[in-house]
Design a protein around this ligand. Sequence first.
Ligand code: CTP
Length: 316
Amino acid sequence: MIIAPATSNTISKMATGRCDNLLIATYLSANCPIFFAPAMDLDMYKHPSTSNNISKLIEFGHIELPASAGELASGLVGMGRMCEPEDIFELVSNHFEVSNALTGKTILVNAGPTHEKIDPVRFIGNHSTGKMGKAIANTLADRGANVELVLGPVDTHGLSPKINVTKITSAQEMYEACQTIFKNCDAGILAAAVADFTPTNYSNKKIKKGQNDNLQLSMTRTPDVLASLGKSKKEHQVLAGFALETHDEINHAQKKLDKKNLDFIVLNSMNDVGAGFAKDTNKITIIEKNGKKHTFDTKSKKEVSVDIVNLLQNYL
Ligand code: CTP
C-alpha cells in the first residue's frame, strides 16, 4: 500500500490509529508492506510532533518515501515537497528487489549470552544483549528469508514477527537447538556469546556461604556450537561466525575462521570505541576464507547487519 501524499493529518492518524475515514480504515486493515510519502508545508514538516509521528510509522515497520525541498502547495519553498512519482516508483521497486533477494532461503542465526547455572539462584553469564544477532535476524527477514533465531536469555523486543524464535538458556541447549535447526538451513550466522565453560556440578540447593572465605568452582568445557556446525556443514551451506578479540585481532580471527571451517568471520575488537556488548553501534572487519578483508567504519548495528547480510547474499 502506498500512501502518497501522506499529509500531516494522515500521518498523525496512522501513528495513533484514529480511524475516522476510509483511508485509515484500509491502512489499519492492511497486511502488506506500507509506504508513505510525507507531503506538507515546511513548518508543519519541521514540527517535532510530525517527526515523532514519522518515527513511529518507521518503528511500525513502514517505509518512508522521503520528502524533498522545493516548491510547496502554499507557494512557499522548503522541505516537505512529496517525493517525485518517478522516485516513488524506483524506491518501491528497489525495495521489492531487495526484499525478495533471500526468499526461499532458511537461515539460522544465534544471539545473546548463555547462562550456566551454579545453583537455583546463581549463574555464570556475560554482557551480551543479543542486539547484533537480532539486527542480523531482522535484516534477513526483511529480505524474505525464513529466519530461525536461537536466542539466549534476553528479551525478544524489536524482533520482526516473521522470525521463528527458539529460546534457550545454557550453552548445551544452544548446541542442541542449533544442531537440529542447521540441518535444514542454507546458511548460519552465529553471533551468540556462548559460554566456553559451565559448572561441572549443579547444586540443586542454594550454596550457603557458611564459614567459608573462598568458593572453588570446577568448570567443564562446553561444546563449541560454531565449530560443530563447521564440521558437519554440507557443500551448499554457508557458515559465518564472529570473533571478539582484545589483542592480535586479525591473527586470532583468521585462526578461528580456519579452525571452525567458516566461509567468513566477523571480527569485533574490544579496543574499538563504538564496538562491543550492549552498544547500539559496532565496528567490524570481515575476513573471508579466500583471505579478502573488508573493513567498515563504526555504524549502527542495523547498518552493520546490512553489510554482513550483503556479503552472505553473495555466497548464497
Ligand atoms: N562459539 C560457539 N560456541 C562456543 C564458543 C564460541 O559457537 N562454545 C562461537 C561464537 O558464537 C562466535 C565464535 O564461536 O561466532 C567465536 O567466539 P569467541 O568468543 O570470539 O571465541 P572462542 O571460539 O570462544 O575462543 P576464545 O574464547 O579462545 O577467543
